[in-house]
Ligand binder design. Structure first.
Ligand code: NAD
Length: 497
């Protein structure tokens, strides 16, 4: 499969519109099979310097291209992604492991974002507003930030890059993008698309390498005016403190500990479907994955029984096989972390109802597979109820009331996504008001964000910015207030009225 889909054996950085060979490499491993798919360069600071130089030059001209013309290129990018959707989805599944149906869904998110942001080429609205003096005009306009650095994780290698790079370029910025080392193939495929769509050289530069080398060099580079980062909290916190020291703009989207609340009046069958999809989709490796189920005590037994029955139907294996519903874990480190949390959960007194083990042997022998896992009798203070596990592990916490459910949901340091299953309209509206997360679902699981709404979280999940939606433009632009005085005399605001 890899030979047929990907001709290259080694990827190259993409700097100033040229493919630049690397010196040292590491293998990109298909997590479903353990096989090497391609070699990715491990670049260093020199490549980041070259990428920033190229972006600086390109940005000056790009910012002067009228936004509707910039949009024409973005429309072409979207059209090429659409034409290549199946190829991109298959390559995505090979490098990331998510099942092909989800791979297609993720590529679609990228396509949607391209067309949505291309539409912004004819909007990018500012405001006009009355001035406080006669014969004076006031308005606010969006200006590009300049050269922006984008650092992306492996779990959504094309969607998250699209959420960040498309608003960046429509707004007139130039980009230096560092994809995760585990998933560089989507970035490589996108470089071909940028070229074919006619994106001027230097507007997007791709530098492959580790976070400690390439990512760190980007964060420290004074030519990069903004870092837009998605990844883990530890990395994000370090990036934020360095950007704080430099007074560099920084946008962070980080982890989650998302819950589905199931009330006593819920449609239990619907709730089970929602829980299974959001807990075990992408093998639980989504920032929005459901890893807690907060259930009303009156329906706990019924819910537990039905989840267990449905879990037996989950087929686990290579995501390229359409039959499989759950794919592998990204790598051994991911597996080890999940195993550690299984032991922590058992030690804390949660009851393991299903799963809790690595799947090996036969067709699973060479990949990294973990059985979908259900804990029950968890309490809100256990570590498995508070910390991000990033695997197919879900814990049931029983509560006595709606109010307690909200309190348990909010009692974690993260604030990304939450969901409630209930038939009571009053509870629906109270929940959307009181759930302290950036995303709230009613009668649906915790995953399924749409690109034209803001994506991001409260508390430890982020730092107040949003990816996607029109709100993404706030990250990639500066507001400029413009006053035009046509009185012919010097008028002094706040004094001359
Ligand atoms: P990670 O923090 O290990 O890596 C993310 C990116 O940061 C990678 O490209 C990595 O190479 C880079 N990086 C690592 N160290 C760096 C450093 N010192 N300086 C600069 N860059 C560095 O995260 P991951 O394991 O790739 O992704 C999983 C995490 O991402 C989870 O916590 C998940 O919840 C989170 N995530 C959040 C969202 C969201 O929108 N909130 C979406 C997807 C994933």
């Amino acid at each position: 499969m890899s030979e047929k889909l990907l001709e290259e054996q080694k990827l190259s950085n993409y700097i100033d519109g040229k493919y630049v060979d690397g010196k040292t490499f590491r293998s990109v491993i298909n997590p479903a099979t353990g096989e090497s798919i391609v070699e990715v360069p491990l670049s260093g600071k020199d490549s980041v310097d070259a990428a920033v130089d190229s972006a600086k030059k390109a940005q000056k001209e790009w910012a002067l291209v009228p936004a509707p013309m910039r949009a024409e290129i973005l429309y072409k990018i979207g059209a090429l992604m659409k034409e290549r959707k199946e190829r991109l989805a298959q390559l995505l599944t090979m490098e990331n492991g998510k099942v092909i149906e989800e791979g297609r869904g993720e590529v679609q998110e990228g396509i949607d974002m391209a067309f949505y942001m291309a539409g912004e080429g004819r909007r990018l609205f500012g405001q006009t507003t009355p001035a406080e003096l006669n014969n004076k005009f006031a308005m606010s306009v969006r200006a590009p930030v300049g050269v922006v650095g984008i650092i992306t994780p492996w779990n959504f290698p094309i969607a998250i890059a699209s959420w960040k790079s498309f608003p960046a370029i429509i707004a007139g910025n130039a980009v230096v993008w560092k994809p995760a080392t585990e998933t560089p193939i989507m970035a490589h495929e996108m470089t071909k698309i940028y070229e074919e769509a006619g994106l001027p050289k230097g507007v997007i530069n791709v530098v492959y390498g580790s976070g400690g080398d390439v990512g760190d060099a980007m964060v420290h580079h004074d030519g990069i005016k903004l870092i837009s980062f998605t990844g883990s909290n530890d990395t994000g916190r370090n990036i934020a403190s360095e950007c704080g020291r430099q007074l560099k703009k920084v946008s962070l989207e980080m982890g989650g500990k998302n819950a589905v609340i199931v009330m006593d009046d819920a449609d239990i069958e619907l709730a089970v479907e929602g829980i299974l999809w959001s807990a075990f989709g992408t093998s639980g490796q989504r920032c929005t994955a459901c890893s807690r189920v907060i259930v009303h005590e009156d329906v706990k037994e019924q819910l537990e029984k039905r989840i267990l029955e449905e879990m037996k139907g989950l087929t686990i294996g290579d995501g390229l096989d359409e039959e499989n519903k759950v794919g592998p874990i990204i790598n051994k480190a991911g597996l080890d972390k999940i195993k550690k949390y299984i032991e922590i959960g058992k030690g804390e007194g949660a009851r393991l109802l299903e799963g809790g083990y690595e799947i090996t042997g036969g067709k699973h022998e060479k990949g990294y597979y973990f059985a979908p896992t259900l804990f029950t009798d968890a309490t809100k203070d256990m570590r498995i109820s508070k910390e991000e596990i990033f695997g197919p592990v879900v814990s049931l916490i029983s509560v006595k009331s709606f109010e307690e459910a909200i309190e348990v949901n909010n009692g974690v340091t993260y604030g990304l996504s939450s969901s409630i299953f209930t038939a009571d309209v009053n509870r629906v509206f109270k929940a959307q008001r009181d759930l302290d997360t950036g995303i709230v679902y009613v009668n649906a699981g915790t995953t399924g964000a749409e690109i034209h709404l803001p994506f991001g979280g409260t508390k430890g999940t982020g730092n107040g910015h949003r990816d996607s939606g029109v709100q993404a433009l706030d990250v990639f632009t500066e507001w400029k207030a413009v006053y035009v005085d046509y009185s012919g005399k010097l008028q002094r605001a706040q004094i001359d009225n």
